[in-house]
Design a binder for this molecule. Structure first.
Ligand SMILES: Cc1cc2nc3c(=O)[nH]c(=O)nc-3n(C[C@H](O)[C@H](O)[C@H](O)COP(=O)(O)O)c2cc1C
Length: 409
């Protein structure tokens, strides 16, 4: 199955530093159609009917969010593009921003109309500092063309923390507070930035908007699987011959992505969706990729037969422990305990009881953590226990044997 390029259709074709090149490729026609031919409700309705879902990980209906915020009578409303992209193995948003900043800005201009937002922010990952000038320059060119009369659009440099990609921590960071998750509800469309209605969308989500307005909701909803419409941009890395960014129809198979397109040959496991993502064995490559199955942010890291699964999960846990904001106990103390147990496993000091504790911890964290970080942190732990139990058994047998020998000596 070849790639289906919609979101990436202008990448490598337009000059990211010159709006006239984007205009020659049909740029801003969707914005003019939305502004001059559709009502605010009409735009929202089109996006709702298209079935577009969030591409930042959670997969929530884009149109529904827009509708909630759009209906609010508040005079102050905000639009935020989440370009924090801190998820391990994810680099699609950077690719999009580098190659087609005008596509994103057009999507935001339309979103601003639909929601009635007077101010829009692009929350840019701190490590993407080199893109700041490119984005600011693109915004200035759009402003000079007169397409930003309804909304002031600004770039805000992120705080350099993974948690600041989580929407409520992101808003705290924008407000100058510590990057910590907020209690929900209220959700951003009713009470977000500075307690005003706020729509937060991922870069890739917003990139779809001009295409839907141009081609119509029916065109978009005819592509993909029942609950996942359109395409998805994946970032493939690890043990593959051709790492990179690939756009496929929702519902395409993992095998097509990692074997046919990225050229993997020996696949022991794949991790889908970053450090909190599922880990599947190489024997399960025929799964389809969609919200119904596995998707997350679109990161796919491939591991060959030489890789140690327990070490991979240990590295995930180290990262999440470092990045936990520490506000809620299940995540703060749970991550600490996970790292300790994996440390014992790696150092040959674990015992069978540790596996039971891991499973208990996983359940508590997923049920009781405040945000997606702590809730999803146990996913790679539970998947690796399910599919690679023999590796845990072997390491524990070895630990028990070594301890037994030590006590005899
Ligand atoms: C720990 C954590 C990190 C996240 N990082 C990002 C991110 O870098 N970019 C992103 O778009 N969404 C991220 N999200 C998801 C956002 O909270 C939110 O769901 C998303 O920005 C909404 O946009 P969408 O509906 O267009 O996907 C993260 C979530 C969690 C729990």
């Amino acid at each position: 199955m070849p790639e289906k390029r919609i979101v990436l259709s202008k990448c490598g074709i337009v000059d990211p530093g010159d709006i006239s090149s984007y205009l020659r490729q049909g740029g801003f026609k969707a914005f003019l159609k939305a502004r001059d031919e559709l009502t605010q409700e009409g735009i929202v309705d089109e996006i709702k009917r298209s079935g577009l879902t969030g591409r930042g990980g959670a997969g929530f209906s884009c149109g529904l969010k827009w509708e909630l915020a759009g209906k609010s009578r508040s005079k102050e409303k905000y639009l935020i593009c989440n370009a924090d992209e801190g998820e391990v193995g994810t680099f699609k948003d950077r690719y999009i921003l580098m190659h087609d900043p005008f596509g994103l800005i057009e999507g935001m201009c339309i979103a601003g109309l639909a929601v009635g937002a007077g101010v829009g922010y692009i929350y840019l990952r701190a490590e993407y500092h080199s893109l700041l000038e490119l984005l600011s320059n693109a915004i200035e060119q759009v402003r000079r063309k007169g397409y930003l009369k309804h909304m002031d659009l600004r770039v805000f440099e992120g705080a350099g923390a993974y948690i600041c990609g989580e929407e409520s921590a992101l808003m705290n960071s924008l407000e100058g507070l510590r990057g910590e998750s907020r209690y929900k509800p209220p959700f951003p469309p009713t009470q977000g930035l500075w307690e005003k209605p706020t729509v937060i969308n991922n870069v890739e989500t917003l990139m779809n908007i001009p295409h839907i307005i141009t081609n119509g909701a029916d065109w978009f909803s005819a592509m993909g699987s029942p609950r996942s419409k359109g395409t998805k941009v994946f970032c493939v890395s690890g043990d593959v011959a051709r790492p990179g960014v690939y756009e496929l129809l929702m519902g395409s198979s993992m095998r097509e992505l990692v074997m046919d397109l990225a050229g993997a040959q020996d696949v022991k496991a794949v991790q889908i969706g970053g450090a909190t993502g599922s880990i599947l064995p190489g024997g399960r490559l025929d799964i389809s990729l969609s919200h119904e199955t596995y998707l997350g942010s679109g990161a796919v890291v491939v591991f060959n037969g030489s890789r140690d699964i327990i070490d991979i999960v240990y590295k995930d846990m180290l990262f999440l422990h470092e990045e936990s904001c520490g506000k809620c106990t299940p995540c703060r103390d749970g991550m600490e305990a996970m790292v300790e147990i994996y440390g014992r496993l790696i150092n040959g000091q674990a015992d069978p009881e540790d596996i039971r504790i891991l499973e208990d911890l996983a359940q508590t964290m997923s049920l009781a953590s405040l945000c997606g970080l702590g809730q999803a942190a146990p996913v790679p732990v539970l998947d690796s226990l399910k599919y690679f139990h023999d590796e845990y058994d072997a390491i524990i047998r070895q630990s028990v044997y070594v301890r037994g020998r030590a006590s005899v000596l």
